[in-house]
Design a protein around this ligand. Structure first.
Ligand SMILES: [Zn+2]
Length: 424
């Protein structure tokens, strides 16, 4: 988000208004010259290109012909010497302002719907981001800006030690004070700004940007996450009948097998190596099983960060205010190693990443969520004749079993719903 706040320059801190006033007038005068000259040079540049095209059938490669890669470079390099009062960054910004104006007006100018831009007196002075710094005087609550205005040549001409001016800003009402406070604390960042004169007073039109805190989530939208054997993660949404995302479990499973077989090989080896290893002194001895444990931990850490980020990103993308996960106590038996190894950690990572974004995480009892038809509510163990597919014995809905479970998990208050359905 970008905004601008107008702050009156009350006075220079270290000298008379007379000096600052003169400098501002000089710079404003040259700024106007730069703007109008840039427009002329834009014309020149465009005409040159058109003539070149008429002769050669194509537009010139800027760099080869004009020695500049852009209209901005073409204008700036000719003007910076001529209008040498202005601090170079600010001058470049002024050129950019005119070039942008030229480019946006060009079509209408060529159609004759708009005249060529011309800058009158009283135009604002550009001041780039790096030419402004802000400080807060805690003692008296004043906000002070340091403005870098003069080129080195101009500074020498004026016999000054510095081209910068420290000025007192009128912080005005509380909303302006809050903005200044946030700028000084770094919560907001100021961007390219301008200095303008209104009547007899000078103002700093300070532009700034900040991040919008979070996406507006839709409170009724829930993402359900099923954790299974075939797919470690399967995502579905309560408000959508088909939308789904899944993570393939292959890499976890492959890594697990690999690790298990190496562990076994080492244990077998250990039998034969016997006490031979120990004789070389305890300091250099590295337990190979420990190395494997570290490898598992690293792999899990990396993958779980990756997976949890994906889950939260998908919830955010679809503006879900809530993610529902299955309570882990429901997972047990067969693939116990894989479950213990991964899922608890994965859920923790999903939870904290979601909460950072303002998405709430609710754990639901997954009981019967794999046997219940998300479409008609029929609960029947015969719905799951095979591991991977789901075929409802009542309504005939056929779908992926993990998708069906994730759909059930995404339903708000699913535990209560299943309890009620079980009674009837
Ligand atoms: Zn059904």
């Amino acid at each position: 988000m970008k905004k601008t706040v107008r702050l009156q320059i009350v006075k220079p801190m270290d000298e008379d208004w007379e000096i600052l006033g003169r400098v501002l007038h000089d710079i404003r005068y040259q700024t106007r010259q730069v703007l109008n000259k840039t427009i002329q040079l834009c014309w020149e540049y465009s005409n040159f290109s058109s003539e070149y095209k008429a002769l050669h059938g194509d537009y010139p490669k800027n760099k080869e012909i004009l020695h500049y890669t852009s209209m901005h470079g073409y204008a700036y390099n000719q003007l910076k010497e001529q209008y040498y009062y202005i601090q170079s960054g600010n001058c470049s910004q002024t050129v950019k302002r005119a070039v942008d104006k030229w480019k946006s007006d060009l079509k209408e100018i060529l159609r004759g719907d708009r005249s060529i831009p011309s800058y009158k007196k009283d135009i604002p002075i550009d001041i780039v981001k790096d030419a402004v710094s802000l400080e807060h005087d805690e003692k008296n609550g004043n906000y002070i800006a340091t403005l870098s205005l003069m080129s080195t040549a101009y500074r020498k001409e004026m016999e000054r030690k510095s081209g910068q001016f420290r000025v007192l800003l009128h912080s005005g009402d509380n909303s302006k004070k809050t903005i200044l406070k946030r700028l000084v604390q770094g919560e907001y960042q100021h961007t390219a700004s301008q200095i303008v004169k209104k009547g007899k007073k000078w103002f700093l039109n300070l532009s700034y940007k900040f991040d919008v805190l979070q996406t507006p989530f839709q409170t009724e939208r829930v993402m359900g996450v099923d954790m299974g054997v075939i797919y470690p993660i399967y995502m579905a949404f309560n408000y959508h009948d088909h939308l789904r995302y899944k993570i393939q479990g292959g890499e976890i499973e492959r890594f697990r097998r690999q690790v298990e077989s190496r562990k076994k090989a080492l244990q077998d080896q250990g039998k034969y190596a016997g006490s031979g290893r120990v004789g070389h002194g305890t300091k250099t001895r590295i337990d190979p099983l420990e190395v494997i444990r570290d490898k598992i931990a690293n792999f899990r850490e990396t993958k779980n960060h990756h997976y949890s980020r994906y889950v939260v990103d998908m919830a955010e993308k679809h503006e879900c205010a809530t993610i529902q996960l299955e309570e882990l106590k429901g997972i047990h038996q067969d693939d116990a190693f894989l479950k213990r190894w991964s899922y608890h950690d994965l859920q923790e990572k999903i939870t904290y990443k979601a909460e950072e974004k303002g998405i709430q995480v609710i754990k639901v009892d997954p009981q019967k969520t794999s046997q219940r038809c998300h479409h008609c509510g029929n609960i029947d163990s015969n719905n799951r004749k095979e591991q991977a597919s789901f075929l409802c014995t009542s309504c005939g809905m056929e779908t992926n079993a993990d998708f069906n479970a994730a759909k059930n998990i995404s339903i708000p208050g699913i535990e209560q719903i299943i309890q009620t359905e079980m009674k009837s």
